[in-house]
Design a protein around this ligand. Structure first.
Ligand code: GUN
Length: 300
């Protein structure tokens, strides 16, 4: 069986066009273009590429994309100072601190950055990543303001390809704050952000300590892999006819590889996302969506 390839890139293109139209309508009434400030600390090559891609996508949608760079050893106080400046700047609508922060230690052997403290410092109304405790709490309570970009992209992908999850068994593998946890929460909601068809799932949140992970995965009609381990989901872990969403972006021998063993799993699954060209482009599209939403919220 050859699985349907879920073309995240094409769907992201549709969403980016919708966002661009939204920006046009917003600015037509005299409002300034929405502005996203990305903060990049250090020189991590992957983070530099991500931030450049986000900034380019902003410009294409009519959003002003600013990048603020700090040296890797700038330190926590400098970073918190920059976040405070951006919080106070009325021209900045969205703030994104690119993760991970450098894992440097100071002379006393202490970590130079406290990621949690930095994310907590971002004004919740400008928190387009939806990482602040206020926005996480609102999502948990089923009344989200911003939705986290990768899980929201996956919900859009399921919705727009007609793979609806209401009443289905969904297994999310990986319990990160960025993807796994909010993904599980969104799919289990009663009234989802995109309607009841992409909510009301029976969700299992599996992780590295799950006993008999293969059997748990095989019980899923929709399997979402977000573990960060190349090709970890093998064909024997996938129920025939399942929809498989691969969130992994792992660099192996200069190639990007997902968390799913794509070729073998495509023989078993009904539908699967490729890497690259699957979930990744949707994350950026939803970031643009959130930035326009932030600008609208702040314009009263
Ligand atoms: N690093 C990897 N993914 C993300 C993301 O979605 N947002 C931010 N800020 N950093 C990331």
């Amino acid at each position: 069986m050859a699985a349907e390839i879920l073309d995240g890139k094409a769907i992201a293109g549709e969403i980016r066009q919708e966002v661009a139209a939204d920006v046009q309508a917003f600015t037509a009434s005299g409002a300034p273009a929405p502005c996203l400030a990305a903060v990049l600390v250090g020189e991590d090559p992957a983070s530099q590429v991500y931030v450049r891609n986000k900034s380019r996508a902003c410009e294409k949608a009519g959003i002003e994309g600013r990048t603020h760079r700090l040296p890797a050893d700038a330190g926590q106080d400098a970073l918190l100072g920059l976040v405070a400046e951006l919080n106070a700047d009325p021209n900045v609508n969205g703030i994104l601190v690119q993760l991970p922060l450098p894992s440097l230690k100071d002379e006393a052997g202490q970590a130079m950055y406290d990621e949690r403290e930095v994310l907590d410092a971002v004004d919740p109304l400008k928190d387009v990543d939806a990482f602040s405790p206020v926005n996480v709490g609102l999502l948990m309570q089923g009344r989200p303001r911003f939705l986290p970009c990768t899980p929201h992209g996956i919900v859009q992908l399921l919705l727009r390809t007609g793979h609806l999850c209401s009443g289905k068994n969904v297994c999310v593998v990986g319990r990160s704050d960025i993807v796994g946890k909010p993904m599980a929460m969104m799919l289990a909601q009663k009234n989802g952000s995109c309607g009841p068809e992409v909510a009301n799932a029976t969700v299992t949140l599996a992780h590295s300590r799950t006993a008999d992970l293969a059997a748990v995965c095989r019980s899923a009609e929709i399997l979402i892999a977000a573990v960060g381990r190349p090709k970890m989901i093998t064909a024997d872990m996938v129920r025939p006819g399942a929809v498989v969403i691969d969130v992994g972006i792992n660099r192996v021998d200069d190639r990007l590889v997902g968390d799913v063993d794509f070729d073998a799993v495509a023989e078993v699954a009904a539908a699967i996302t490729p890497v690259p060209g699957g979930v990744g482009p949707l994350t950026i599209a939803m970031l643009l969506h959130n930035t326009v939403m932030a600008a609208k919220l702040q314009s009263g």
